[in-house]
Write a protein that binds this ligand. Structure first.
Ligand SMILES: Nc1ncnc2c1ncn2[C@@H]1O[C@H](COP(=O)(O)OP(=O)(O)OP(=O)(O)O)[C@@H](O)[C@H]1O
Length: 284
């Protein structure tokens, strides 16, 4: 079953456009949603959650159409935004008492279990929570209302390496039983190397690639060649950089002929993102 099925999502702002964004997330897996600043991650996530109105497209969550079943589906979705402004002067306890009234499957026992697990005290004021604590509080709320699909916008940004690692471990625990699915956006590629099963890459409002992690990486090769070899392959490269020895460039594996004597290696996610970001810019 698909946790998320996004089809041809379009949204136009004055200077930016999501163009036919489509991808699918199988139930019980973690998908990392990556892209540079301004690539359209938050706009996509907000469109999925109907927090911004898409111009066209179809969003299905757990097999149901979001436009037709929004109220019902919101019970199944947990979301967290890195930049959300909670009502900061209240205590956790006060805010939770308001929030829980919206959810018919709210479970106090689960809530207290997660507060304990995340080391959060109910008497803490929201203003006193660190970035990591806010993310954990959002997760505790989502899990206590039995959310099956977690849609998280940059949950790890602003966390120190240990807190990030801890959160990624929690993600992996959550999907272990196959009931919960997670989509989270990030630009920290090491997060994905650690815990994503699938990767969806958005660039300038368009999905460049959405695939299982190893398959995603295997789509590309990083080439290292001599200056005189550049001309014969230039047109096929995503982008390239020249240096005093020659050039390095990214190519789609299907466009590369391994019988040439240009050296090739499997890139890492960071290298893939870097070469795509150069695509429209000047070659250096
Ligand atoms: N309400 C809005 N009105 C007009 N333009 C907007 C609006 N919201 C976002 N944009 C533009 O849409 C583009 C994509 O923004 P978005 O926040 O989706 O990117 P992002 O990938 O989440 O970036 P970041 O990694 O920096 O958070 C940006 O150019 C942004 O300025």
């Amino acid at each position: 079953m698909l946790a998320l099925d996004i089809k041809n999502l379009n949204k136009k702002y004055e200077h930016f456009q999501l163009k036919d964004v489509s991808f699918q997330l199988e139930k019980g897996y973690i998908m990392g949603f990556i892209g540079a600043n301004g690539a359209g991650k938050t706009t996509t996530i907000k469109s999925i959650l109907n927090l911004v109105r898409m111009d066209s497209g179809e969003i299905c969550i757990l097999g149901k159409n979001m436009a037709e079943h929004e109220v019902e589906l919101k019970q199944e979705i947990g979301s967290a935004f890195g930049d959300i402004n909670f009502y900061t002067r209240s205590k956790i306890k006060t805010l939770t008492n308001v929030i829980k009234t919206f959810y018919r499957n709210w479970d106090d026992e689960t809530y207290h279990k997660y507060l304990k697990k995340f080391n959060l005290s109910e008497d803490k004021k929201i203003a006193e929570l660190s970035t990591g604590m806010r993310v954990k509080y959002s997760l505790a709320l989502a899990l206590s209302h039995g959310a099956k699909v977690l849609i998280l916008d940059e949950p790890t940004s602003g966390l120190d390496p240990a807190a990030r690692d801890n959160l990624l471990d929690i993600f992996q625990e959550l999907v272990e039983e196959g009931e919960i699915s997670i989509l989270f956006s990030t630009h920290i590629t090491s997060d994905l190397e650690k815990c994503a099963d699938y990767i969806t890459y958005i660039h300038n409002g368009q999905i460049i690639n959405s695939a299982e992690k190893e398959e995603f990486i295997d789509t590309y090769r990083l080439l290292n060649g001599k200056k005189e070899q550049l001309d014969m392959i230039k047109d096929k490269l995503v982008s390239y950089k020249t240096n005093s020895f020659g050039f390095t460039g990214l190519i789609h594996t299907k466009d590369f002929d391994p019988s040439t004597d240009i050296k090739s290696a499997v890139p890492n996610l960071e290298e893939i993102m870097i070469y795509f970001s150069k695509k429209e810019g000047m070659y250096v």
